[in-house]
Design a protein around this ligand. Sequence first.
Ligand code: 5GP
Length: 116
Amino acid sequence: MSEKSVFTRILEGEIPSEILYQDEHCFVIRDIAPKAPTHLLLIPKKPIPKLSDATEEDRELLGHLLFTAKKVAQAAGIGDAFRLVINNGAGAGQTVFHLHLHILGNVQMSEGSLAL
Ligand code: 5GP
């Protein structure tokens, strides 16, 4: 069995981090190193390492994450203008191998760069 991800350790209370929202399938924390004035991480409780590892059985979960991202953005007051980012693989800048969506608000939307 592979080692628990930092996000699973947060979920289980081993690493302190305020959980801003959670339901049966996912939870939300603030990014420890925010790249925008609002920078949240939406994380499935199921530790899928990266999006490209998702299988057919994760289809509903992936839809749930997207819909939850919208609700969380609205609750965070950035519902009118936010950006979602998923880094897939080290070559794309992924550093934590437990699938997560970055929810970014109050970002400069004119910027072309998605580097996170
Ligand atoms: P990635 O680079 O994998 O797309 O994003 C991982 C994100 O997790 C980074 O933006 C990083 O700042 C954040 N992160 C890493 N470790 C922790 C942690 O212990 N607590 C929180 N809240 N965020 C973390």
